[in-house]
Design a protein around this ligand. Structure first.
Ligand SMILES: [Cu+2]
Length: 465
């Protein structure tokens, strides 16, 4: 299960230097910016991935900037890829070497609540302390891990990593990449500012440097005529990516909760913080050419639509042509509708200025931790009726369960758009109703995944028992 063992060992030896494509001093002649750091599997059982992970201060170099002090998992940004198959057990021996307490939340993974890494279910892991995470992965897809304490600051400093779970009958591709998208704000001296200016508090911290797998100005190397599969996660605090690759359609075949029944093509793939998309694409049959992937303008409120497009990565077409590329997937297994819930949980999302400065983000006019815990009997269905009364989009995330969107603006979501999600955009000034079966006991958090909004109060607990 371990990929590239010698590289992982070399990374361990470097200690303070980030690995996995973040270094500009790599000895490899043609850097592959799509490579993620690896970690040693200490367990001989092929169905168990057992690793040591720590959170530590490290130094890395982003593009042409001077060195940047970051917070990292195992010294790299992103942290090492955790690569599993459905049904595998993951054991993570985690140690906190940061100067403050932390936890790890496994975003999107259906697991026992005690392993979910939230303040509701776990004591903080203090500096110098350790905790073992141990669970079985039940669902195929791309997931990610990050702290759930001061998440706005800790994720911003670099604490995030990807977790891939392969299913039994995955569609074939010629090549496969994972793209972990982020943006960071770095100053001329290479340091990450202790923000929070008012714009960051309001919109979520927007960076000035786009990162793909921890690399600024990344180059993704692809073969002419190849069918590529890209699993993409947006780990940014606040930036919505709207990916565009000139002349190449992205066929969306999966999202947060696994494969779609009805894949579709897009040339503008919108990905809010916390969301994942699984896409196939056919690379142009033109060797030694380059395409620039950009993130396009998108209005998520407060005049953000005026922000200019940014370059995300250069897609470099080179190497041996693929004569017979894999077929783009056309159809997936049907997704059954959840039963219609008989009870509804209304949630009105809003924002307001507070007299002491800054902003409060509210659910039903209250901010976390003052939002009353919602009780749901184990196994029952609920509708979550989201009413976004604010002037900006909020990506709503629920821990522990996948949900289905059943109505937008009071109009039923058609079967062709039925998917399993754990994070979904609630557009400004709109309503969205979700259906959830609460079939796992424990206290589960729900919150906006713009991390400044979550930490600013748009977060609550649901107790299932
Ligand atoms: Cu929000």
């Amino acid at each position: 299960m371990t990929r590239g063992l010698p590289f992982a060992l070399a990374c361990t030896a470097l200690l303070a230097v980030a690995c996995g494509g973040s270094t500009s001093s790599s000895a490899i002649a043609a850097p592959d910016d799509s490579a993620l750091a690896t970690v040693v599997d200490e367990n001989p059982d092929p169905h168990t991935l057992e690793v040591h992970l720590d959170a530590r201060v490290a130094t890395t170099v982003f593009g042409a900037s001077p060195p940047t002090a970051v917070w990292s998992y195992n010294g790299s940004i992103p942290g090492p890829l955790l690569d599993l198959n459905v049904g595998d057990r993951l054991i993570v021996h985690f140690t906190n070497h940061l100067p403050e307490s932390t936890t790890i939340h496994w975003h999107g993974v259906r697991l026992p609540a005690a392993m979910d890494g939230t303040p509701a279910m776990q004591s903080p892991i203090e500096p110098g302390a350790s905790f073992d995470y141990d669970f079985v992965v039940k669902d195929p897809g791309l997931f990610w891990f990050h702290p759930h304490m001061r998440s706005d600051a800790q994720v911003n400093k670099g604490l995030y990593g990807a977790l891939r779970v392969r299913g039994a009958n995955e569609p074939a591709s010629d090549d496969e990449k994972i793209l972990v998208l982020d943006d960071i704000k770095i100053k001329a001296d290479g340091s990450i500012p202790d923000y929070l200016d008012d714009t960051s508090r309001m919109m979520g911290r927007g960076g000035n440097t786009v990162l793909v797998n921890g690399t600024a100005n990344a180059t993704l190397r692809v073969r002419p005529n190849a069918t590529e599969r890209w699993r993409i996660v947006n780990t940014a605090n606040g930036r919505f990516f709207k990916l565009h690759l000139p002349g190449v359609a992205l066929r969306v075949v999966g999202t947060d909760g696994g494969p779609l029944a009805h894949p579709y093509d897009t040339d503008a793939l919108l990905i809010a913080p916390g969301e994942r998309y699984d896409v196939f694409l056919r690379i142009p049959d033109a060797t030694d050419t380059s395409l620039v992937m950009t993130t396009q303008a998108y209005d998520r409120g407060h005049d953000s639509g005026a922000d200019p497009p940014l370059d995300v990565a250069t897609v470099r077409v080179e190497g041996a042509r693929v004569a017979t590329p894999a077929t783009l997937p056309a159809k997936g297994a049907a997704i059954d509708a959840l039963p219609t819930p008989s009870q509804t949980l209304p949630m009105r999302l809003d924002e307001k200025s507070v007299a002491t400065g800054g902003f409060a983000f509210t659910i039903n006019d209250v901010s976390y931790p003052n939002i009353p815990t919602i009780d749901v009997p184990l196994g029952e269905m609920r509708a979550i009726a989201l009413d976004n009364a604010s002037e900006m989009d909020h990506p709503f995330h629920l821990h522990g369960f996948f949900f289905q969107a059943i109505a937008r603006g009071g109009v039923a979501v058609p079967e062709s758009e039925r998917v399993w999600k754990d994070t979904i955009i609630v557009p400004m000034k709109s309503t969205l109703t979700l259906a959830v079966r609460f079939d796992a006991p424990g206290t589960w958090m729900y919150h906006c995944h713009i991390l400044e909004h979550a930490e600013g109060g748009m977060m609550g607990d649901i107790m299932v028992h």
